[in-house]
Design a protein around this ligand. Structure first.
Ligand code: SF4
Length: 395
């Protein structure tokens, strides 16, 4: 199937593809925000664990005290799967199936405290905080564009934010993009990015603050947005947030474990119940894991291509030196097989004047993508400080 090259969708995609737009996105450049506020409001909780190493354990973690007794560190509910909540129920001597009930309260009804869980006895409600916590993300800033697009600059959970260190930790971004037929949440997977794509502002950030976001921080972005947008409780009516794209800060496949678990939580039919067809992971080309997006996660794939030969792609998207085009295209085909050709792959292609926008490039693009069910988004980008290209067209 020949690729569909669709320049008209670029307007919406320039908001979505934060691999490209991080700080050069229209949120900052196209239109002024109507409001720029710094607030202490909190988004629902995130995990207290260091996510890039291990997933949070089901059991509360015992820590020794100087009296020889042990205290428990409650686990953040937003990083917990339904199965893990069932495990907690079992631990406190409650029927395991009540974990499903709890999961529904949190992810379908939007509960944010224990008092509201009216189907649980007060005895259980008093026990739960020993094992679980609601620990909101800290909101550093909230921006709203005139077209309704909203961006939150977030940071560690509220309880950790003030304690974390003498230096303010670096934040990360979550964006809501409203459209006529859908509302998209663009989520981050890392703070910063270890890759250095030439056109990307995030790629220029200092690597010393780089960290993977925990599962709870990823899910917490979405939950926080839903609370901010009054998109709870879920009902049969249309959701405000209908789609998720992992196109925020960072390379999602470099945080595969936490991203995978987040997707498991976000798509659980008893909770937020996002269809896997409405969830997209965008990668710059981490070849060994691309097939797994289809075989293990079953969600949609977007690939930042941007060049049709290795020489140019080595420069624009340096991960190409490790995983060159031939391997990348082959891995996309494996993804397509794994997902049974059910979904079209999104190919991201930033338009750089005199660099990658010739007729020859277009023809080579079609040849490269032959046989892959896909559409191509031609993306205009805006200038930022270290950006040294011109753009193929203005907008
Ligand atoms: S992989 Fe990293 S550096 Fe490359 S575009 Fe995405 S966020 Fe930017």
């Amino acid at each position: 199937m020949p690729p569909l090259i669709n320049g008209s969708r670029t307007f919406q995609l320039r908001f979505l593809h934060s691999h490209l737009f991080k700080n050069l996105s229209p949120l900052n450049n196209l239109k002024p925000f109507s409001t720029v506020t710094t607030t202490t409001t909190t988004l629902p909780p995130t995990s207290t664990s260091n996510s890039n190493i291990t997933l949070p354990p089901v059991e509360p973690t015992p820590i020794p005290t100087n009296q020889g007794r042990q205290l428990l560190i409650p686990q953040n509910v937003y990083g917990m799967t339904q199965e893990e909540l069932k495990g907690v129920m079992k631990q406190i001597g409650v029927a395991e199936w009540r974990g499903r009930d709890l999961f529904r309260w949190i992810f379908a009804r939007g509960a944010t405290n224990w008092e509201g869980l009216t189907t649980f006895s007060s005895v259980i409600r008093h026990q739960l905080p020993n094992y679980l916590s609601f620990d909101p993300l800290h909101i550093e800033a909230h921006h709203k564009s005139l077209d309704g697009t909203q961006k939150w600059v977030l940071n560690k959970p509220q309880s950790l934010f003030n304690l974390s260190c003498s230096q303010t930790p670096v934040g990360f971004e979550a964006v809501f993009i409203p459209e006529v037929s859908r509302g998209t949440a663009c989520l981050s997977s890392q703070v910063g990015c270890s890759l250095s794509c030439l056109f990307c502002h995030t790629g220029t950030m200092s690597k010393k603050n780089l960290r993977n976001l925990s599962t709870a921080e990823i899910v917490g972005q979405l939950m926080g947005m839903k609370h901010e947008l009054s998109d709870f409780p879920l009902s049969g009516d249309k959701k405000i947030l209908s789609n998720i794209v992992m196109m925020g800060m960072g390379e999602p496949l470099y945080n595969f474990k936490n991203v995978s678990k987040a997707i498991q939580i976000l798509t659980d039919p008893d909770g937020l119940a996002f269809s896997k067809r409405k969830v997209t992971i965008s990668t710059s080309g981490v070849v060994p894991l691309i097939e797994k997006i289809g075989s293990e996660l079953g969600v949609c794939l977007a690939v930042s291509l941007h060049a049709v030969n290795d020489e140019l792609r080595d420069t624009l998207v340096p991960i190409n030196k490790t995983y060159p085009l031939k391997e990348l295209i082959s891995s996309i085909k494996k993804y397509v097989e794994a997902i049974n050709q059910k979904e079209k792959v999104t190919i991201e292609y930033v338009m750089l004047k005199g660099v990658n926008d010739s007729i020859t490039d277009a023809k080579e693009l079609i040849r490269l993508l032959h046989g892959i069910p896909c559409f191509v988004n031609l993306i205009p980008v805006k200038f930022f400080l270290f950006f040294s290209f011109s753009f193929s067209f203005s907008f």
